[in-house]
Structure formats: structure tokens, C-alpha cells
Ligand binder design. Structure first.
Ligand code: TYD
Ligand code: MG
Length: 464
């Protein structure tokens, strides 16, 4: 008996089921199953290599020659350049700059090898116009306004393309399926075919994927496990800075960040991003403090802001932008219990300035100080940085890369640092007054009285 050729795919989680049901058995969402005829045998069972034979591991991987993308920050998030035969997914909101970035990369790579830019989003003329506006040297770059996957693959094979860009994966469709482009079954089938093509030919493939407004899974998320590398664009609306974060990378470190600025001439890398999120007013205000995060492979100075406001009615609000709201709730409890600062009758807003998302615990201490600062309307000195994790019993715990963070703060012209006791450097750092603290109440006292208010530095902290 041949296997059933019909499967149902969940458009939310991508789960497969053989029988139609009202809800997806994998994720439980309702009305999300769509029919897909799965091609069995044939294409599916072909192996990745041309002729698969077992290889000794030693022989299987020689030196890989990575392709430079022409943009240092992108090479950095990729782990040192583009790996031939790799498949990279670049996700992000519409209009954030995905096409711009990859057109720049494609034009750079085309100087040395054939490159194909398949576009289903824009016409060939539109892409050409953009390339001209960006003053990109065309080289061996060819634009292919095609949405049929088989057609794209045939062209890429014919040209022996070293790099193939698919803009976007939501617009391509494979003849093997009858569903419309963008449907989960199409996304998965096309991506799977592209992965096989990349591995077989050594062509590096970039897939552009739009993320829907609510960050919904339908779309790029269902492809994450198929591809080698997943990059996401992050940005705050209205900010010209863009961050590219690697959330998965088979060829490099994850959570590496690349920094870009959108300019008239396309995306430009920001090589020294350390202080770009420090666009502070010249006079420090209550509720504002600078922290040094190490999320993303290098130290980064970021301003954290807190606002506490007497609650008007109903339940108090706790809103965190760029930070984890559950952690904020925990910090409020610790602050109440161990810091003597009660915010139970206040609305609380916390913001990491510049649209960065901070996913580490080192911001605990600065957030707590910013909250206390806002409540008391007492200013934290503008020359002070703080970092440290806070435990449930009110203790201030050490974080990784303490010394590196302190060095960066000093380099940016900060005069003092409030840090966990275990993070205090063994040798004093010249020009930086390090104030070690062990408990929350101690930290609050130090932030607002004497010890953190050292003499102003010879050079004012960098502001951009
Ligand atoms: P785009 O790359 O088309 O975004 P995506 O492919 O992610 O949807 O970027 C579009 C935005 O970028 C658009 O709003 C205009 C802006 N932009 C510039 O500011 N400068 C430029 O040189 C280019 C090409 C675009
Ligand atoms: Mg686009």
C-alpha cells in the first residue's frame, strides 16, 4: 500500500497530522490546519550529497573558505563570513531593511563570483533602481524576477551561482504543491528544496522572511530548524539604528549582534556601537542610569529609564520595554522587601533606550536604582554606571565579564561603577572608582550618597 499522500499542516506551529481536525494536535490552535499533498519518495528521499557514500570524518570537512559579505558587522554575526553551501534565514518586520542589506551583500559578492537575486516582492526594474540609488557596482549580479522555485533553482544551477538570494521565501512556490505561496506547506517545501540545492551545489543561499506584526510563528519561525543560520533584524520604530541578531548559527556563536545605521546610501555598519544608545540629555534626570550589558558578544553601554507614577485606578501597571516583565515584577518584590522601597501603589514603566532587547540579568541592579531614583526624584550621577544581578534574598550577585564591562565604561569616560562585590577587579582600574556592593539596600545607599559621587572625570562621558 502506498502511504497516504495527503497531510494537514498547522499554519501556526507547522505541525503535521494525517487527519483533519478542528484544532492542531501539536499546539492546540483552532482552525489552523490546511491540506497539503506531500510528495513522497522521489525528491524527498534523495540524499544531500550527489552520491552518498560514507566518509571518514577527517575527510568530510576540509578548510572552509568563507565568502566576505563586504560588511564587517554582518560577517561578524555570521561567524566570519558566508559559508558556501549554507542556508541563512534573515527575518524582520517589513520595511526594516532586509532587501537593502542583501542587495548590498549580493552586489559585493558579485564582484568575484556569479550571484543571483531572485525577487518576487519587487520587479527587476525596482531592484535595479535601488541598486543604482545605492551606487552598487553590479558586477556579475543578475536579478531574476521569478517566483517559481524550480525555475529559480534551474537558473542558479545554470549560472553556477556562488550566492543565491530569495526575496522573499513567502513569495516563492514549488510546483510540487498546490497550495498558495506563503502557506506553511509551501514555505517548508521550498525551504527544504533550497537546503538540498545548497548542500548539493555549494551555493550559499539567503532567504528573506517577513515576520508578521505580532511576531506570529506562521512564516519564518517554521523554517528555523531547516536552515543553518537564523538572523533577525531588530529595531525601534523611528530609530535609524538596526541590530541584526543571530539566534541560531551552525557556523558561529549565537546571540552575536551586528549594528547598522540606515542612511541615504543604504545600511552602513556601526563599528563601535558601544555608545550609540547613550544619546542622553546633558543633565542627568531622575530615573535614568547607564548600564553595561554584554549581551551580544561585546560590551555595550545602554541607558535604562524608569518612571514610577502614583496609580490612578485599578491594578498597578508594570510595563517593560526591551526587558523581561516577569523579572521586573520580581525586582519590585525584592525592592519592597529588602530595599525598603514600596511601589505597590504605583504604575511602573521601565525602558531600555534605543530599541535594544537585553536578555541578561546584569540589568537588575541598574533597574532597581532607576526605580528608586524615579520615586525619590533623586538624580543618579551621570558619570556612574551600574551592573549586577539581584537575588530573591536581596543579595547582589556577580555577572560574567565584569572586568571587560568595567574597562568599557572607563573607555567611554565614566568615572565610577557600582558593581557586585565579586565583580570588583583585583587590580584597581585607573580612572574608575569601583564601588562594590553586596546587598540591595547597600547599593541604593551608595548610588545616592557619597561613595558613587566621585570627582568628575577629566573627560566627559561620551554622548552621541
Ligand atoms: P527594505 O530593504 O525595502 O526593507 P524590507 O526588505 O525589510 O521590507 O527597506 C526599506 C526601507 O529602508 C524604506 O522605508 C526606505 C529605507 N531606505 C533608506 O532609508 N535608505 C536606503 O538607501 C534604502 C535603499 C532604503
Ligand atoms: Mg524587501
Amino acid at each position: 500500500m502506498p502511504r497516504a499522500s495527503t497531510v494537514y499542516l498547522c499554519s501556526a506551529c507547522g505541525g503535521e497530522t494525517l487527519k483533519w481536525q478542528g484544532s492542531c494536535p501539536a499546539c492546540g490552535a483552532w482552525n489552523v490546519l490546511e491540506q497539503a499533498s506531500a510528495p513522497r519518495g522521489g525528491a524527498r528521499s534523495r540524499s544531500l550529497a550527489v552520491e552518498a557514500a560514507p566518509l571518514p570524518l577527517e575527510a568530510a570537512g576540509g578548510e572552509i573558505q568563507r565568502l566576505g559579505s563586504g560588511i564587517g558587522e554582518l560577517d561578524r554575526v555570521l561567524g566570519g563570513g558566508i559559508v558556501p553551501g549554507s542556508v541563512t534565514l534573515l527575518g524582520g518586520d517589513p520595511g526594516i531593511g532586509k532587501s537593502t542589506l542583501l542587495l548590498q551583500v549580493a552586489a559585493h559578492a558579485a564582484a568575484g563570483a556569479p550571484v543571483l537575486y531572485a525577487t518576487g516582492e519587487e520587479s527587476g526594474a525596482q531592484v535595479a533602481l535601488r541598486a543604482r540609488r545605492l551606487a552598487l557596482a553590479a558586477g556579475a549580479l543578475e536579478v531574476l524576477p521569478e517566483t517559481h522555485l524550480e525555475g529559480i533553482l534551474a537558473r542558479a544551477a545554470e549560472r553556477s551561482a556562488a550566492l543565491l538570494v530569495i526575496d522573499s521565501i513567502q513569495t516563492v512556490e514549488s510546483g510540487a504543491l498546490e497550495t498558495a505561496p506563503g502557506a506553511v506547506s509551501q514555505l517548508k517545501e521550498c525551504a527544504a528544496q533550497l537546503v538540498r540545492f545548497a548542500k548539493r551545489t555549494g551555493t550559499a543561499v539567503f532567504l528573506i522572511g517577513h515576520v508578521t506584526k505580532d511576531g506570529a510563528i506562521a512564516g519564518p519561525r517554521v523554517l528555523e530548524h531547516l536552515v543553518d543560520t537564523v538572523l533577525y533584524f531588530e529595531s525601534e520604530t523611528a530609530s535609524r539604528y538596526r541590530i541584526v541578531r543571530a539566534t541560531k548559527n551552525r557556523f558561529g556563536a549565537v546571540n552575536e549582534l551586528g549594528f547598522f545605521a540606515m542612511t541615504e546610501g543604504g545600511l552602513r555598519e556601526v563599528r563601535n556601537p558601544s555608545a550609540i544608545f547613550l544619546a542622553r540629555a546633558p543633565e542627568p534626570a531622575a530615573g535614568s542610569i547607564v548600564t553595561v550589558t554584554r549581551d551580544g558578544g561585546r560590551p555595550l553601554l545602554i541607558e535604562l529609564q524608569a518612571l514610577v507614577d502614583r496609580m490612578r485606578f485599578g491594578a498597578p501597571r508594570r510595563i517593560a520595554q526591551g526587558l523581561d516583565a516577569n523579572r521586573l515584577a520580581m525586582l519590585l518584590a525584592v525592592l519592597n522587601r529588602h530595599g525598603g522601597v514600596s511601589l505597590q501603589e504605583h504604575d511602573v514603566f521601565v525602558n531600555a533606550v534605543g530599541g535594544v532587547r537585553i536578555d541578561e540579568t546584569a540589568w537588575d541592579l541598574p533597574v532597581v536604582i532607576a526605580l528608586a531614583s524615579s520615586l525619590a526624584e533623586r538624580v543618579v550621577p551621570g558619570t556612574l554606571v551600574a551592573f549586577g544581578e539581584i537575588g530573591l534574598t536581596g543579595e547582589v550577585r556577580p555577572v560574567a565579564y565584569g572586568e571587560e564591562r568595567l574597562q568599557e565604561a572607563r573607555k567611554q569616560g565614566f568615572a565610577s561603577a557600582l558593581v557586585p562585590r565579586e565583580n570588583a577587579p583585583r587590580k584597581p582600574i585607573e580612572g574608575l572608582n569601583v564601588v562594590p556592593v553586596a546587598r540591595v539596600d547597600e547599593a541604593l545607599a551608595a548610588a545616592f550618597t557619597g561613595s558613587a559621587h566621585s570627582a568628575p572625570p577629566a573627560r566627559a562621558p561620551a554622548r552621541s
